[in-house]
Design a protein around this ligand. Structure first.
Ligand code: 5GP
Ligand code: MG
Ligand code: MG
Length: 201
């Protein structure tokens, strides 16, 4: 089957300084991560759980990681449940506040299950640090992180990301789920937003 890029969205092109990862490049990398997860989790995927739930639970951190998890899910050849959490650390600005709040919690019980967190981007790492602490207290069998992007932020907290799509520059990134003021999530590629778009805001 063809893996050719197929989106015709172009509206954000003028606001993007540089395209870092094309639609095609993202597709290929997400497919690789999905294959890796399929191999790594094959042995636990069919294990019995107390309530008959799938042993693997993929958790997407809304809203930025929704597109990534939707694509990643279709590259994992195992049964799993998908659930969603919403946390807030950013508001509409471009710098982490360090304050994390749970806006929407998981619907599923994670006790005794293998949790894979699909996160869009690790910047300061504070969001994931907080999330790991909250989820670990619920006694899952395991938790791993599958981050699409890991920013080369020199002040990043120590976070063990088992799967990383791309190590990206320490700039403000948009597209493929990532927004600025709720725009640009639907760009098919990932790029650096022109600073003049957010400067003075
Ligand atoms: P952290 O807690 O690691 O600093 O980042 C928390 C969240 O901020 C990320 O999950 C992501 O949603 C958002 N974020 C961090 N860096 C960027 C970025 O460059 N662009 C966008 N659009 N969101 C970002
Ligand atoms: Mg996020
Ligand atoms: Mg955002």
């Amino acid at each position: 089957a063809s893996t050719a890029a197929c989106s015709s969205v172009t509206f954000g092109d003028a606001d993007v300084e540089e395209i870092l990862y094309s639609e095609q490049a993202i597709h290929e990398r997400v497919a690789q991560i999905g294959q890796q997860i399929t191999e790594d989790y094959r042995d636990v995927a069919f294990a019995e759980t107390p309530h008959g739930d799938p042993a693997i639970l993929m958790v997407s951190v809304l809203r930025g990681a929704a597109i990534y998890m939707s694509d990643l899910a279709r590259q994992i050849d195992l049964p799993f449940e998908m659930d969603y959490m919403a946390v807030s650390s950013y508001g509409t600005g471009t710098k982490s506040s360090g304050v994390v709040r749970i806006l929407k919690d998981l619907t599923s019980n994670i006790e005794g299950r293998h949790v894979i967190i699909a996160e869009d981007i690790v910047d300061s790492g504070l969001t994931l640090k907080y999330l790991l602490r909250v989820l670990e207290s619920r006694n899952p069998a395991s938790i791993t992180i599958a981050a699409l992007l890991k920013k080369q932020n020199p002040e990043q907290a120590e976070i063990d990301c088992k799967y990383v799509g791309f190590e990206c520059p320490d700039a403000f990134i948009v597209g493929y789920g990532l927004d600025y003021a709720e725009r640009y999530r639907n760009l098919p590629y990932i790029g650096i937003l022109k600073p003049e778009v957010y400067q003075g805001k």
